[in-house]
Write a protein that binds this ligand. Sequence first.
Ligand code: C2E
Ligand code: CA
Ligand code: CA
Ligand code: CA
Length: 288
Amino acid sequence: NADTAMYQAKARGRGRHAFFDHHMHYEAARRLALTSDLRAAIEGEQFRVEYQPIVRLGDRRITAFEALVRWRNPASGDVLPGEFIPLAEEVGLVVPIGRFVFFDACRRLAEWRSRAPLLDLRMHVNLSVQEVLEPDLDAFVARNLRRFGLSSDDIVLEITESAVIRSNTLSLGSLARLRATGVHLCIDDFGTGYSSLRYLHQLPFDALKIDRSFVESTDGGLGSAPIVRMLIQLAHSYGIDIVAEGVETARQSSELIALDCEYAQGYHFHRPMSPEAVNALLDASTTA
Ligand code: C2E
Ligand code: CA
Ligand code: CA
Ligand code: CA
């Protein structure tokens, strides 16, 4: 009887093991395929960049854009950055992608600043930890700013809170060095990491973005108003700018205004768009 039970347990265990093996092979094969597709994409210039406006809540004026990378894989179609960026980070391919995005963002910003000089536009670019750790990042940034006649004050680099927390003293040093060049640093997805409050005062940041998960709701209002209020007060007490992301309704917008939030980004104002659509938007807003 005990033998039978043991035999059954072993058989079950083997079955489970076989299932995991199979699943892991499938996952590994898929990731391997995606990785070689990513390599081909870097060679074959399959990436492009969309730009989402960031507005001042008071008058909805566009103050900046966030550069968001897009990948159309000829075989499987559009792949979301939420899927391929983490993979690119893991397999060491995020640096060339990030450099492409940064180059495009500088080129477009120079164009848009001359198209709409009164707006004094800035450009937000997302950075992965690996990019922060590249020893020549500040030189790369400076080279591109020079090339397009931009000032470091025009650039905001977004780094996720989780990346900052995972990072060691080396990347804190790199961030400080980067900031010394005059670019602005923004903590992305703020509030989702565990040590935000503990680290905030030690970090060289100029702005923070309230994560979409605190803004979104099913009833159209602010999902987590008490947390949003606290984050806004926190930013103000440190004298840093605050941007709410994922604003989808007029009610969220007016609740944020009531809480003294200055900047916002979200489908309620503008979706991420092609550079051509930004041209049209800027032309319309400067003739209005
Ligand atoms: P993120 O930096 O938090 O970017 C905001 C994401 O929210 C974008 O998704 C944007 O399209 C989306 N979004 C904007 N407004 C709304 C809204 O009102 N509602 C909803 N539901 N979503 C909104 P996207 O473009 O799919 O990017 C996903 C993530 O991929 C980004 O999150 C960022 O972490 C990463 N990513 C995108 N581009 C780059 C890049 O060039 N470099 C790096 N390192 N990461 C990037
Ligand atoms: Ca971002
Ligand atoms: Ca974010
Ligand atoms: Ca987010």
